[in-house]
Design a protein around this ligand. Structure first.
Ligand code: ZN
Length: 368
């Protein structure tokens, strides 16, 4: 931590320059419509056309939509969010994800090179809801030398406090709700819309590009969302239950008609107590679920022990922030992660994923 602090100070001394003009969104009214499959957000602009080519006028400042001197530097946190931002921003942004693949995003610690990345950023896009509190702290400190740095907290702008879900791993007493919004594809769609709105705001010259990329991406997300709905329907009703090691599926379950019956991992991300384990074993037996689910990012013998004692199948490959494949592979995407998750979840519970066979995992942004 001391190391991190001195790195911040050093960077403050080197003093960053500002190369961006920001447009206030005060002339914009946000209209959100929620349908049963997707959340659609659109900006209704009164007065001048945002993408028309002339000048956008905000409250006190007059700014033009002249191209930026260089590409927007966008820093993100976990891989699914990085990938959603990539699908919206395409090749008009320089994108850097802070949390490496396969690293536990909940206890992830910043290193000095991350301080440099945030200092170089024009925009930081995170989930929020307490997931990346260290990144938020760093952004707060960076404001001192870079007051134009922007932060977009997707989760905080997607749900309101009355929609927060608290549970075993994210108890209300600890303060922060379960942060795994993106496993609900309607929320991921909102993430894409919020990202589009922010990129259009700070880089008006490329507004059409961001809008078209987002439209294309949302078409795919809609297919994914509908496919998951149908795939879950193929699971016998009494099996639509999730018991997972890592508590990622809180917002997924209510959207798709499943129930989270429990999570093994305590709120401190340590090991559950023998009493917790015994309770889970009796719960699995009572609920009669055919499979329970572990996670590659949190290898533990406890889940194997629970599965053995409750005599159920264990699937250890569910993922909430680790994208499948390697960088450059088509499946190394948020959609690819969800498709793999559905294969690993739906089939062991007795359903099938044929409704998802037409959904392909590759990114949809195009080269400009
Ligand atoms: Zn997680």
């Amino acid at each position: 931590m001391i190391y991190l602090k001195s790195a911040i100070q050093l960077l403050f001394i080197s003093s960053m320059f500002v190369d961006l003009i920001f447009i206030t969104s005060s002339g914009m009214q946000k209209v959100t419509a929620i349908t049963n499959t997707t959340t659609i957000t659109m900006n209704v602009t009164s007065g001048k056309n945002q993408s028309g080519g002339a000048t956008a006028v905000s409250n006190n400042t007059e700014v033009t939509n002249a191209p930026l001197a260089k590409k927007l530097n966008v820093v993100t946190s976990v891989s699914p969010i990085t990938n959603i931002v990539k699908n919206v921003g395409g090749d008009k942004i320089v994108l850097t994800g802070l949390v490496p693949e396969g690293v536990n995003s909940h206890t992830f610690e910043l290193v000095p090179s991350d301080v440099v990345k945030v200092n170089d950023a024009d925009l930081v896009v995170i989930d929020g809801l307490g997931l990346e509190s260290d990144v938020e702290k760093l952004v707060d400190e960076t404001y001192n030398t870079k007051p134009n740095l922007q932060i977009l907290k997707l989760g905080d702008n997607t749900i309101t406090p009355d929609q927060y879900i608290f549970d075993f791993s994210f108890p209300k007493e600890a303060g922060d709700p379960n942060p795994h919004l993106w496993l609900n594809v309607a929320y991921a769609t909102k993430f894409a819309n919020l990202t589009r709105d922010k990129l259009m705001e700070v880089d008006l010259a490329n507004a059409d590009y961001y809008r078209e990329n987002t439209d294309r991406y949302i078409t795919k997300l809609k297919q994914l969302d509908e496919g998951i709905m149908q795939a879950v329907q193929s699971v016998p009703e009494q099996n639509r239950k999730l018991l997972t090691y890592h508590d990622s599926w809180a917002y997924f379950a209510p959207r798709y008609g499943m129930v989270v019956i429990g999570a093994v991992q305590p709120s401190d991300f340590g090991q559950p107590t023998p009493r917790d384990v015994a309770n889970l074993i009796s719960q699995i037996k009572a609920e009669n679920v055919p499979a329970i689910f572990g996670s590659e990012v949190f290898p533990t013998e406890i889940i194997d022990q629970i599965a053995k004692e409750a005599n159920v199948k264990i699937v250890s490959t569910l993922s909430d922030d680790d994208l499948p494949g390697d960088a450059g592979d088509p499946q190394n995407s948020y959609v690819g992660m969800m498709l793999e998750n559905m294969r690993n979840m739906i089939v062991p519970l007795g359903g099938n994923v044929s409704a998802l066979s037409n959904v392909t995992p590759e990114d949809t942004s195009v080269s400009s």
